[in-house]
Design a protein around this ligand. Structure first.
Ligand code: CP
Length: 317
């Protein structure tokens, strides 16, 4: 594995899940694997889980960890090629990444969608600059269109919670929110579910269909109750409109997942990447119910990251 920015960067998902579960069983089995190597975790946006789980994963492998909360602690970055930097930006991404190349053996970066310019976000205007200038492997800690470490953790979590001899039905359902949210988690979950042995469907209101590039031939329901029938796993997530980019078309029905809706499923397990707005996206009763595997998902972020870091270390000189 050279970089890790999407499912395209892995060879065999089932084998990766197996490795992750072995790592979970004994996370300190290779404490010196990363000895003498440094990973730089660069956050252009806020984080709790990604920041801490990546740090734990790297430390479990003996990696030296540099954390740069760039949005608060670093110089304001310029991303435009050829920019005359006589405004608010102080350091060009080219120079910043060239310097990170001097300090790090692996660069991991979080760079959310700006939600202002669809073309910039769809084309990964920030991640692409890191990939362009990095001379070491680059790992996405969530970019404009994908959150692969989260999706991998989600695959691990579904695998752990499914013992029956049939494919589980997995529903990605839209949930309400108070502000426009990016598509990265939903896109990425869709992409990874399409590579899992599951029956996967998406439920979202009219006007909220995801980018067709990610949906492909996955069935999309605009009726949540219809989609939730016989669900084994329900993944709750908000996203804004893709077509009318970052808009929030009015939704008249109540899409918040409640215990009543859960009762119509196959006692489905409930998932969410967190952070969650309680009683907006998910009711307290569902969030705190035995059906919730949300904290297990968060724990699995460690083993998702550790598996990826370990595979990247295998490729380093
Ligand atoms: N799920 C997730 O990525 O959480 P953070 O934004 O807190 O890292």
């Amino acid at each position: 594995m050279k970089n890790f920015t999407s499912i395209e960067d892995i060879n065999d998902l089932q084998s990766m899940i197996k490795t992750a579960l072995q790592i979970k069983n004994n996370p300190l089995a290779e404490p010196n694997k990363g000895k003498g190597k440094t990973i730089g975790l660069v956050f252009l946006n806020s984080s709790l889980r990604t920041r801490l789980s990546s740090q734990i994963a790297a430390q479990n492998l003996g990696l030296n960890v540099l954390i740069l909360n760039a949005s608060q602690e670093a110089w304001n970055l310029e991303f435009a090629d050829g920019a005359v930097m006589n405004g608010g930006t102080v350091e060009h991404v080219k120079d910043a990444v060239e310097v990170l190349n001097q300090y790090c053996d692996i660069i991991a970066v979080r760079c959310f969608a700006g939600m202002q310019n669809k073309e910039d976000d769809v084309n990964e205007s920030i991640l692409s600059q890191f990939l362009k200038y990095a001379k070491v492997p680059v790992i996405s800690l969530e970019s404009a269109t994908r959150h692969p470490l989260q999706s991998f953790a989600d695959c691990i979590t579904i695998t752990e919670n499914w013992k029956e001899n049939r494919k589980p039905k997995v529903v990605l359902t839209w949930a309400p929110h108070i502000k426009p949210i990016a598509h990265a988690v939903a896109n990425s979950f869709t992409e990874w579910m399409q590579s899992m042995e599951v029956d996967f469907v998406i439920a979202n209101p009219e006007g909220y269909d995801l980018d067709p590039k990610f949906v492909k031939n996955t069935t999309v329901f605009h009726d949540q109750n219809e989609a939730l029938k016989d669900a084994d796993f329900i993944y709750v997530k908000n996203w804004s409109s893709f077509e009318d980019y970052a808009a929030m078309p009015e939704v008249k029905e109540n899409w918040m997942l409640t215990q009543e809706k859960l009762n119509a499923t196959q006692n489905a397990k409930v998932m969410h990447c967190l952070p969650v707005r309680r009683n907006v996206e998910l009711s307290d009763e569902v969030m705190d119910s035995e059906n919730s595997i949300i904290y297990q998902q968060a724990k699995n972020r460690i083993f998702s990251a550790q598996t990826v870091f370990s595979e990247i270390l295998d490729e380093l000189p």
